[in-house]
Each structure stands twice: as C-alpha cells, then as structure tokens.
Ligand binder design. Structure first.
Ligand code: AMP
Length: 397
C-alpha cells in the first residue's frame, strides 16, 4: 500500500509518500509560502534534493504541485496518482470528540470544525489541507489522526483543571495534551523493545524537540501529560514558556499595556529557550554558546533539564514507580549531553545512564547500564509512520 501523509499548516504543507508496512519512504517534501508566492522542496531517498518556485495561491495548488512531482518521470516515484491508496492527515486538536483516528466524512469535518476554538491556529490550517485533497483527489479515502487522541485515556484527576466546574462542562476547558501520535509510537516501540506485558510497564516518555512534552503511561495508555488545553503548557520549549504563574500575564499586561493576545504571543513565540538565553531557540546553538562561556545559554539549558527532571519525578510519583524512561524527538534523540543533564539526579529512582551507550544518536537503543533498575531507551519517533498505519487500518476496515 502507498499512503500519502499530509501535515498542513497555515502557509505550509509537509508530505510523505510511504509504505505503512515496511515504513519505506518513497518521497517527502514540503510546500512553503502558500498564499504568498510558493516554493516546493522535494526529496527522494538516494537522489539530489529538488526545489522549485511554483505559484500556490491556496492549499489546492500546493496539493496539485505535490501530485505533479510525485508522478514526474524524472523526479517522481509513481507512474500515476492511482498508486496512492489513501491520504492520512495530521490534525492538531480533536477536543473531546476524538479518542482515535477516523475516516474523514462530513461528520468528521464538522467535529474538527467544532474543535477550532480549542486549536484556533492549527485546526483551520489542517482543514485547508483536508479540503484541498478532497478537491484534487475526490475519490481517495482520507483519514484524520489527532495529536490529542492518545491522551484521552487520562483519568479525570489528571485532565481536570481546578477551575469552576462549569468551564469544563460548558466550555470543554481541560487538559488535552499534544504530540499524541509521537507518544503513541514510542510507547508501542518501548513495549516491543522491552518484550514484556504492557500491564507490567510504567513508562515516562520525553518528547523533547522544538516543542516538548512528557507523558506518563501504564499498560500502553496515557495517564498524564505535560501539555494542557494548548501546547503552551509544560516544560520550557524553543520559544514557548511552558508552565508559568497566570498572574505573570496580568502583571506584564498591566505594566506594559499589552493585550492578553499580545502577551500570549510573547509566551508562545519569544519565551522559552530563546527568551531566556537571548541566543537561539535551537538546542545546538545553545550547547555551542554554553560551551563558549555564554552564561544565559547555560542557564536556559540548565532550566530545561531541571524542569524535565521535575516532571519525570512527578510522573514517577503519580505512577507509583518507573520501569522505562524514553527519550525521543530532535533533542531527545540527538543530544546525549541533554539526556545526561536530565538523568543526573535521577539515580534515587533507579536511573543509571551508561556514558558509553548514551553517545548514540538517532537510532533505537538501550542507553542505561545493565544494572539500571529503570531501562532508559532512545527511540527515534515516527509520527508519519503512525499516521500511515492508522490510515491503512481504517481504509482496510
Ligand atoms: P524537533 O522539533 O523534534 O525537530 O527538534 C528540533 C530541535 O532538536 C532543535 O532545537 C535542534 O537544535 C535539536 N537538535 C537536533 N539535533 C541536535 C543535536 N545533535 N544536538 C542537540 N540538539 C539537537
């Protein structure tokens, strides 16, 4: 089977054509500057990257450009779009409507629309991607895979905020959590790598990238996660503040005559590692700057490791123990230095990182010592494969 995986943003669209059984990626790329001028970048494994400027007034032209290059005699990987069996879409917010992936029909689209107030930036863009595919490929089955779905197994004590109950009942204000497709993928891989009954495994997943979140999992099901109603909550991130005292918003709004929206923009785009360090949101830049003596870069890295470690401690307490600690995503997969900083101080939980194994990058590995009570795993995430597999399963009924 060949599945086209689409991740649509407001002015960009990433795609991958892949085999959900083998995980083979035939081609991938992205359309950028949709609605402005339009640029397509296309990659086929083993061949040179290709980039072209193409007018893309809307997402429909972007999808048309993707299909055109996929069947191009020189640059393409299929002879006809008939070879594409189905399309899988990443959708950010499924609210309380979706506990799992679903075939896209009118009812599904209406439900994604109802979730727009919860995901005001992403859901409209995801819908543009879905509608563009419906326009351009009306006969292809399509599937929506939600970032929130994996976390819907959380118990009420984890997902409720201590606010007046009516905000939950009337307005659906609660913890949802994000990166769910990644957390689900690494959970499944961790269970397989451990070769044990999932019921026996208390797992903490650390998805650490530009955006970061942790999840606490038992029996393969999410019990708690660090992001909340929105992806702004939890540990500090590239440009996002993570958890802060809500009074900071009131204090700074009053002091600088900012609207709540302006303050939220600061919390989302100018805070986190970039805001603290004044250097960059990128962990490679920060590690380099810290090594060269930049104190604020060092402080930002220290703060990040400290907050991640605190969440691990909290989740180990919430789960009543810990068997497996998983690191994934850009930072989690590649920065041995950051993994070491985080695990330093977790010896009391039975975490013993092996300095030699921790040198690994970007490949599945056990990185704890043989006598570590907690098995520490490095698992490269693969959200696209998870989306392709869900799409295949739903399309095959
Ligand atoms: P992601 O959002 O999962 O793509 O992760 C992006 C983040 O991973 C960026 O901050 C990168 O700096 C970081 N990253 C990627 N490779 C490395 C590396 N070798 N060392 C440290 N950070 C890395």
């Amino acid at each position: 089977m060949k599945i086209l995986v689409i991740n649509a943003g407001s002015s960009s669209l990433k795609y991958q054509l892949m085999d959900p059984d083998s995980g083979e990626v035939f081609a991938k790329g992205q359309c950028e500057r949709i609605g402005l001028d339009g640029k397509l970048t296309h990659r086929v494994p083993g061949k040179d990257n290709y980039a072209e400027e193409i007018a893309m007034p809307t997402h429909s032209e972007a999808i048309e450009a993707v299909l055109k290059i996929l069947v191009d005699p020189q640059l393409g990987v299929i002879s006809s779009t008939d070879e594409i069996d189905a399309v899988g879409h990443r959708v950010l917010h499924g609210g309380m409507e979706f506990t799992e992936s679903c075939i896209i029909d009118d009812a599904c689209i209406a439900a994604i629309e109802r979730c727009i107030p919860l995901g005001p930036l992403h859901n409209p863009a995801n819908l543009m991607g879905i509608r563009a595919c419906q326009n351009v490929m009306p006969d292809k089955p399509q599937v929506a895979v939600f970032d929130t779905a994996f976390h819907m197994t959380m118990p009420p004590k984890a997902y409720m905020y201590a606010l007046p109950y009516e905000y939950y009942e009337k307005d659906s204000v609660r913890r949802y959590g994000f990166h769910g497709t990644s957390h689900r993928y690494v959970t499944a891989r961790a269970i397989e790598m451990m070769g044990k009954d999932p019921k026996e495994l208390k797992i903490i997943n650390c998805h650490l990238g530009n955006g970061s979140s942790l999840s606490a999992v038992v029996d393969g099901k999410c019990q708690d996660t660090s992001m909340g109603l929105s992806p702004l909550a939890g540990v500090p991130m590239g440009t996002r503040s993570g958890d802060i005292d809500p009074c900071v918003v009131q204090y700074l709004c009053n002091r600088y005559e900012l609207s709540v929206d302006e303050m939220l923009n600061i919390l989302n785009k100018k805070s986190g590692m970039a805001g603290m360090s004044g250097v960059s949101s990128d962990f490679r830049d920060l590690e380099e700057a810290a090594a060269a003596g930049n104190e604020r870069a060092a402080l930002a890295l220290d703060k990040f490791a400290y907050e991640v470690r605190k969440y691990i401690g909290a989740y180990a307490a919430a789960l009543g123990g810990l068997d497996v600690l998983v690191f994934t995503a850009g930072v989690g997969e590649n920065s041995g230095q950051m993994r070491e900083r985080i695990c330093n101080g977790l010896e009391f939980l039975g975490v013993k990182l092996c300095p030699y194994r921790n040198k690994k990058r970007g490949e599945e590995a056990v990185i704890s010592t043989d006598d570590s009570k907690v098995t520490v795993l490095l698992i490269p995430t693969n959200e696209e494969l998870m989306i392709a597999k869900d799409t295949q399963a739903l399309v095959q009924g």
